[in-house]
Design a protein around this ligand. Structure first.
Ligand code: NAD
Length: 481
């Protein structure tokens, strides 16, 4: 934990020099010393943007083959350093080691995916109504990208922004969450060791000061943001006002709906996975469960039995299902929601308010049953191991409950009835629909983006994200002969 905390600007380590500071601790080991460190100043944001701007002129001229080569090397290094990176994730934000390993593997695969895509042509040949005209389109980089990422996936979200950005000839100023400085530095070391030219990816430790300076910076042509809806919406307004691009992936209130035709065991297993993996701190985590009358009682009984038996504890142990939540802010926020549920008189069927943290920020799986659809617990993103269960009249009622919410990220139906599956898939207002799969879980080649308060701008991942990272250029050339 004594590694110096340093930005990487133009390939050079530089100590953050701002007045804003951050406190970090291993959320599972509060007996170990915590650390307080300075974040970056707006002047350091200027330096990083200038470095990215200079590098971009050269990077945009490099061959896609070279870019692909360097990204493949970075992917190989991530895979080679899997254990070291996974341990950093677990120690900085508390995710169980087995899930951290999965995240590292996914980060490597994302870079491989975009490296492979770098070698494909990125335009079309068109026909022309004019004589002797060769007409084609090409994608061009937009310039310098500001990438702003949350703490819940310290590596993979950064890779699904940096990968497509640099593949298409942009350069990046990355402002990760200040929660995991060592993870961020380890990823930057990967890029340096892979041989990425200086200035192509720059990283600044920061929170609001550096983040807002990056968002407002006239030298940044696009902001790719992942985080809460409140922050994302404010960022979108700032970038719109200065006519820069923004892609904001934000919060969610994801529903798992069990239709009367659904398989009970599948429903219970997927609900447990979706609600309590990563201690519920996934944007796609299951936060609200809706149940048809015929399946409600057996589901609740089986779900509560499984939730009560989950192993909560040391995230470095293979047997642990649920580690701590990420930090004191998360702990306080999740406890506030549990308290609000209790004050509202909701039926607390499992878990509840934890004692004051001693060893770590542990919160047991917490389930409220028979929650009215108007309750805050049924409507707001909690982002912790807390689930609300509501009985619905039928499929139409379930769809109505989902669509009257303000989010639209990832929703699941558990069913075997084809009509119900198709109606749910057609009518639910959300960027991701899962059938007999958990609400959480994405694949890198599919577009990932929320609707309503869950997303603004082009989706991320897959090739659709290139609409954010590139301009289209149409070229028409008339031959004189
Ligand atoms: P957050 O909004 O507090 O912070 C996200 C990032 O924005 C951090 O890097 C933070 O330092 C930065 N930031 C904060 N204020 C800023 C400002 N004024 N200007 C610029 N940057 C600023 O979110 P968080 O607590 O880090 O992450 C949890 C949230 O992220 C949840 O709402 C979760 O649903 C969401 N999330 C969404 C997705 C998705 O793809 N939709 C994925 C993961 C997490």
């Amino acid at each position: 934990m004594n590694t110096p905390i340093l930005n990487i600007i133009d390939g050079t380590p530089i100590a953050p020099d701002g007045s804003e500071t951050w406190q970090i601790a291993n959320p599972a080991r509060l007996d170990l010393p915590s650390r307080h460190y300075a974040l970056s100043s707006p002047e350091q944001v200027d330096l990083a943007v200038a470095a990215a701007h200079t590098a971009q002129k050269i990077w945009a001229e490099t061959s896609p083959m070279l870019r692909a080569d360097l990204m493949m090397k970075a992917a190989a290094l991530i895979a080679e350093r899997q254990e070291e990176l996974a341990l950093l994730i677990t120690r900085e934000m508390g995710k169980p080691l087995v899930e951290s390993r999965g995240e590292v593997g996914y980060a490597a695969k994302i870079l491989q995916f975009y490296a492979a895509e770098a070698q494909r042509p990125r335009g079309e040949t068109l026909s022309s109504g004019r004589p002797r005209v060769h007409y084609y389109t090409v994608r061009e980089p937009i310039g310098v990208i500001g990438a702003i990422t949350p703490w819940n996936f310290p590596l993979s979200i950064a890779c699904w922004k940096i990968g497509p950005a640099i593949m298409t000839g942009n350069t990046v100023v990355w402002k990760p969450s200040p929660q995991h400085p060592l993870c961020s530095q380890a990823l930057m070391q990967v890029f340096l060791d892979a041989g990425l030219p200086n200035g192509v990816v720059n990283m600044l430790h920061g929170a609001v000061d550096a983040g807002s300076a990056l968002v407002a910076h006239p030298g940044v042509q696009g902001i790719s943001f992942t985080g809460s809806s409140a922050t994302g919406e404010a960022i979108y307004q700032t970038t719109s006002a200065r006519l820069a691009r923004a892609q904001c992936e934000m919060g969610g209130k994801n529903v798992l709906y069990v239709h009367e035709s659904g398989d009970l065991q599948t429903a219970v297993t997927l609900a447990i996975e979706g609600a309590f993996r990563s201690a519920g701190q996934k944007c796609t985590g299951t936060s609200w469960i809706l149940l048809d009358p015929a399946i409600a009682d057996p589901f609740i009984e089986a779900f509560l039995a499984r939730a009560r038996a989950l192993d909560v504890g040391d995230p470095e142990l293979a047997s642990t299902f649920l580690g701590p939540v990420a930090d004191v802010r998360q702990f306080t926020k999740v406890c506030d929601y549990i308290e609000a549920g209790i004050e509202e008189g909701l039926a607390l069927s499992c878990g509840g308010l934890p004692a004051a943290p001693e060893m770590g920020y542990f919160i047991a799986p917490t389930v409220f049953t028979d929650v009215p659809a108007t309750s805050r617990l049924a409507r707001e993103e909690i982002f912790g191991p807390v689930v609300a269960i509501t009985r619905v009249a039928d499929l139409t009622d379930a769809i109505d409950h989902i669509n009257t919410g303000t989010y639209g990220l990832s929703n699941t139906i558990i069913a075997t009835d084809l009509g119900a599956i198709q109606k749910f898939s057609r009518k639910v207002e959300s960027g991701v629909i899962n059938v007999n799969l958990p609400t959480a879980g994405v694949e890198m080649h599919a577009p990932f983006g929320g609707w309503k308060r869950s997303g603004l701008g082009a989706p991320e991942q897959g090739l659709k994200t290139l609409d954010f990272y590139t301009h289209w250029r149409s070229v028409a050339i008339q031959s004189p002969i």
